[in-house]
Design a protein. Structure first.
Length: 357
């Protein structure tokens, strides 16, 4: 689908009804009717508009709690009736969609693992045909692939589902990180350049994997990047939660956090400056991780050269890669001076490492 057509097909009316930020909160998983009712009643409706609870839980390994299943839908429906909050749950196949709709669940979200599977998303989209009023949120796929994420939206739009939104819940990373799922603000920035009309919600709970980092991520999303909403897990008794216990907070803590977030005054020019710095920091952190990786390989190369008695510095190779890099850099608008400077340093460090072996 042409990106402009795609962007213009998105219906933002559902989210524009709410004051910003739209806040979706509730436990990772529904455990009992009493647990979700107690949590929902403690959420302040002037700050939280949508109640979430997972009833089918995608777990990485089997033999963990995989959700309470179908009976949780009745509980969610009761929460909706009692509190007046809209209710939301995750769906991962056509049967889930059918059941959730039969219990009037207002918002359905497609989880990160499902977004990564075109077959699953297509099955969900097909099952929604004729349900044009349904709100569907699509979490980012677990790996940072914009096309796959946009593809999921296209599959839904293809079936007439226009009340859409996306959730940035961070991305799987193999490197050690303070995050459970690495946020990627640069990628989200590009995503919003392609689809500026799509409502964007941030899920600091699944990004952080802990309670402590939630406020910072929420601030970055809301103040610096002007996200439309937040999804934050809350539980009436977080320490005894059946899933994601370490990242859930009490409704009282959530309220404190939201007050702190919306009460803080951020100058627009300062926001802009800070958001650009966040981009730069993110790129620098990636550069450092790549440098460490490069140095590790240098070491292996040194060991190999030593065992095979190969000379460390090979001028021909150096000349040919430098030529290649300068050309590559020129095409990307990077000055020769910068590239040469950086690569001379890297190369020298590599030689030093190898000489030490
Ligand atoms: C969740 O929201 O509880 C969940 C399982 O999310 P994700 O798909 O982001 O892992
Ligand atoms: Mn969770």
């Amino acid at each position: 689908m042409e990106k402009d057509i795609l962007n213009n097909s998105i219906d933002r009316s559902w989210i524009e009804k709410f004051d910003k930020p739209l806040t979706i909160s509730g436990p990772c998983s529904a455990e009992s009717e009493q647990q979700i009712m107690e949590t929902a009643k403690k959420l302040d409706p002037s700050y939280v508009q949508v109640f979430r609870a997972g009833i089918w839980k995608p777990r990485t390994r089997p033999n963990n709690f995989e959700g309470i299943g179908e009976r949780g839908l009745k509980w969610l429906n009761n929460v909706k009736k009692r509190t007046g909050l809209m209710v939301a749950t995750e769906i991962a196949n056509a049967e889930h969609v059918k059941l959730a709709l039969s219990f009037d669940i207002d918002v359905l979200w497609i989880g990160a693992r499902s977004t990564a599977s075109p077959f699953t998303v297509q099955e969900i989209a097909d099952s929604l045909e004729g349900k044009e009023d349904q709100i569907i949120l699509v979490k980012n796929p677990i790996h940072p692939d914009i096309e796959l994420w946009i593809g999921a939206l296209e599959r839904l739009l293809g079936k007439g589902i226009r009340k859409l939104g996306v959730i940035h819940r961070g991305f799987y990373t193999y490197k050690t990180s303070k995050y459970r799922n690495q946020p990627n603000w640069n990628l989200l920035f590009s995503f919003r350049n392609i689809l500026p009309r799509i409502p964007v919600i941030c899920d600091p709970s699944h990004i952080c994997g802990n309670k402590e980092g939630i406020l910072d991520i929420a601030k970055t999303a809301y103040h610096y990047f002007k996200y439309d909403g937040l999804m934050i897990e809350s539980h009436c008794d977080p320490d005894h939660a059946w899933s994601d216990a370490q990242q859930q907070i009490t409704p009282e803590k959530l309220l404190e956090l939201l007050k702190q977030l919306t009460g803080s005054n951020h100058e627009t020019h300062q926001n802009h400056l800070d958001s650009l710095r966040i981009f730069i920091d993110e790129i620098d952190e990636n550069l450092i991780a790549l440098l460490a990786k490069r140095m590790k390989i240098s070491k292996k190369l040194g060991t190999f050269k030593k065992s095979e008695d190969i000379t460390i510095f090979q001028p021909n190779r150096w000349d040919s890669i430098m030529k290649k890099y300068l050309k590559l850099g020129k095409n990307l608008g990077i000055s020769e001076e910068l590239l040469e400077g950086v690569f001379k340093l890297l190369h020298q460090e590599s030689i030093n490492i190898q000489n030490r072996i």
